[in-house]
Write a protein of this length. Structure first.
Length: 677
């Protein structure tokens, strides 16, 4: 393991220099072996050079403490030198370094490991704030008068009045209580520590487990005097506590990172001070950006983000830059969650790396670009569609994640209730006619079309599709992709496909009048045509087709049926609980008195949302004789709605309510997605 830790003799002192972050098992074992070898060889004055160590974990600190104790027993010592700002804060948090050493001191000076303890100060908080230069004597006198009237703590009054920032108050409080105050950031917590305290407990008590060193849990808190909360944490974790002061917003922010399961890449951890603000964005050095984009840390970071998005089931990855930070967000089950924040100077390099992967022009930063790439991760082929858009702080990229392994190509697995599934199968069994699937973007329309086509495929049938783009490849289906730049539109391709002797035609989307007219004519001439349309409900599809210029009498003869659908989040199975709905809800929806509903409490597997995965809710209108006669008269939307209600068709909301009653989703989620009529 000599490549992980180097040893060199300088006079009577032995220098041990780890060359990698001290977080992996191999690196820790190499460090332990190097210290043991020094003891065996009689080298009792050991210096640990941390210059190349970007990250430090609990097991490594345990080895350092044990080595220091063994050496001191035989008259030697273990000291460290050259820690980065981040590693220095890790050592201070764990009690291995002196918290009273000024940050401006030379980090090359030797510092002893372990046993550092700062006794509480006998001075009052106001006196400490005055000593640290955070307040003036006049401000303290003014606050003393307010305190006499309000009976509030002096620190609270100073913060509320704006005389002192919360950060400075905590720094002074830490000096008063002998507790280090450390600005939180990535690298100041590890999975081994967060596993000791459930996420819901950490959120409720507003704390962040940082490191575990032997039987001690290093814990970040903004209220070190909350004794009941600290006692509860000791009981739950089974560890003694070592407290670190941190601001409440930082604790809540980094809880999401700590409990996300994200593996942070050591080379990307920032070791710079956290109180620097970006005032103005200077002209970027594009040469340097391109160099960074080709460097392994950026490649590893981008690969790690894609892997995590696939693992978490994200449908989209958003990479965007603000004034002070670069953000990565995942869309999971229809909602966006922040996955990571990075230094803004890394953003251009990440953008360039993604463009290289998608074969786009990395020098073009003023115009939007679109591309696609395919990656293999976790044994699965993943298609990624990339879209870039210039912004005031840099380009934003959105990656649409298309996981073919997660695609649903079986109508039995679309999650339809039995009555709706029976109607859909009846529509698909027709020899001709137009079947429309409606809903907004992201409602699963394309998935339903693919499942329907896969259900219909047969050696005896010629099935042709027109798509933009082709998302999933299906055997025995003739799939074709639209190419607008060369004039190959939906309408033009549809004209030519009609000469290919098709039995069934799938049109990815009806976007204009010409495509709509050809689709209707094809369905009238003996073809089964399946397509999608952007409308809010099934009834809206009829009005939209008429508005596009389709004659009502032609539509009434061509239309076989309309499927309206939405996707709602399902209750997380890991934290699912049931409860009795209130009487007014039972009366409103005419449920039985013993009805029970389900909801999720929130857990680490569902981002504390209580929801995990999505399911479809549907409404299907079949073109009966009565509806065909009504369509021929060019009815208004209100007339169509009245007719469907009189015929007893279940609406999207009705289907959603039934799903809630089955315990698969919640009424709140259904109401969020669909407005009740």
């Amino acid at each position: 393991m000599s490549d992980l830790v180097t040893r060199s003799q300088v006079g009577t002192m032995l220098y041990i220099a780890p060359t990698v972050p001290l977080i992996e098992k191999d690196a820790c074992q190499a460090l332990a072996a190097a210290i043991s070898e020094s003891l065996a060889a009689g080298d009792l004055q050991v210096i640990l050079d941390l210059e190349q160590v970007s990250l430090l974990a609990g097991p490594a600190m345990e080895i350092m403490l044990e080595g220091s104790q063994k050496l001191s027993k035989v008259g030697g010592f273990l000291k460290f030198v050259n820690p980065s700002l981040l590693v220095r804060d890790v050592l201070i948090a764990a009690g291995l370094a002196d918290p009273l050493r000024d940050e401006t001191e030379n980090f090359g000076e030797l510092q002893s490991i372990g046993g550092h303890y700062v006794p509480p100060s006998t001075a009052k908080l106001g006196e400490i704030l005055l000593q640290m230069g955070f307040v003036t004597q006049k401000q303290l006198d003014d606050v003393a008068l307010i305190q006499a009237r309000s009976n509030k703590r002096m620190g609270t009054i100073l913060v509320e009045s704006g005389m002192v920032s919360e950060r400075n108050r905590l720094a002074a409080l830490g000096r008063q209580m002998g507790i280090p105050f450390i600005p939180l950031r990535i690298g100041l917590f590890e999975t081994q520590a967060t596993e000791l305290l459930p996420r819901e407990v950490a959120r409720r008590l507003e704390v962040l487990p940082m490191f575990k060193v032997h039987d001690t849990l290093v814990l970040a808190t903004h209220d070190p005097q909350a004794i009941p909360a600290l006692d509860e944490i000791q009981d739950v974790s089974g560890c003694k506590l070592r407290l670190v002061l941190a601001e409440q917003p930082e604790i809540l922010k980094y809880q999401g990172e700590a409990y996300s399961g994200n593996e942070f890449i050591p080379e990307m951890i920032e070791n710079m001070a956290t109180d620097i603000e970006l005032v103005a964005q200077e002209q970027s050095d594009y040469t340097r950006i391109d160099e960074m984009a080709g460097a392994s840390p950026v490649i590893n970071l981008v690969n790690g983000l894609i892997q995590r998005a696939v693992r978490d089931g994200a449908s989209d990855i958003h990479v965007e830059c603000g004034r002070l930070r670069s953000y990565v967000r995942f869309r999971i089950d229809g909602l966006l969650y922040e996955a990571m924040s990075l230094r803004p100077d890394l953003h251009p390099a990440i953008i360039s790396r993604l463009k290289v992967m998608a074969n786009l022009d990395i020098a073009e930063r003023r115009l939007p670009q679109d591309g696609r790439m395919q990656v293999v991760t976790q044994g699965r082929n993943i298609d990624l569609r990339l879209s870039s858009l210039p912004g005031i702080y840099g380009e934003k990229i959105v990656l649409r994640v298309l996981d073919k392994n997660q695609s649903i190509l079986d109508i039995e697995k679309l999650g339809m209730r039995a009555p709706n599934l029976a109607v859909l199968k009846k529509l698909l069994s027709r020899s001709h006619g137009l079947i429309l699937v409606t809903g907004p973007t992201g409602s699963g329309k394309t998935t339903s079309l693919y499942a329907s086509v896969n259900h219909l495929k047969s050696v005896e049938k010629n099935i042709v599709t027109i798509e933009d783009p082709v998302e999933y490849q299906i055997d025995m289906i003739n799939q074709n992709q639209v190419n607008e730049p060369i004039g190959l539109s939906f309408a033009r391709m549809l004209k030519h496909i009609l000469r290919q002797d098709p039995d069934i035609i799938m049109v990815g989307e009806i976007r204009d009048r010409e495509t709509a007219e050809i689709a209707v004519q094809a369905s009238l001439t003996g073809h089964l045509v399946l397509s999608t349309l952007h409308t809010n409900n099934a009834v809206g599809a009829i009005s939209r087709m008429v508005d596009m210029g389709i004659e009502p009498y032609l539509l009434s003869s061509a239309l076989a049926g309309v499927v309206g659908q939405r996707l709602v989040r399902g209750v997380c199975p890991n934290c699912k609980t049931t409860y009795l709905p209130p009487p007014e809800m039972i009366a409103r929806y005419q449920w039985p008195d013993n009805a029970r509903l389900a909801r999720g409490k929130g857990c680490s597997q569902c981002y504390d949302s209580g929801y995990r995965g999505r399911l479809g809710i549907h409404e299907i209108i079949e073109a009966s004789d009565g509806l065909q006669r009504l369509m021929a008269r060019n009815p208004t939307k209100d007339e169509l709605v009245s007719f469907t209600r009189s015929e007893g068709y279940a609406t999207l909301f009705d289907d959603g309510v039934q799903r809630a009653l089955e315990g698969r989703t919640t009424i709140e989620e259904v109401s969020r997605v669909i407005q009740e009529d």
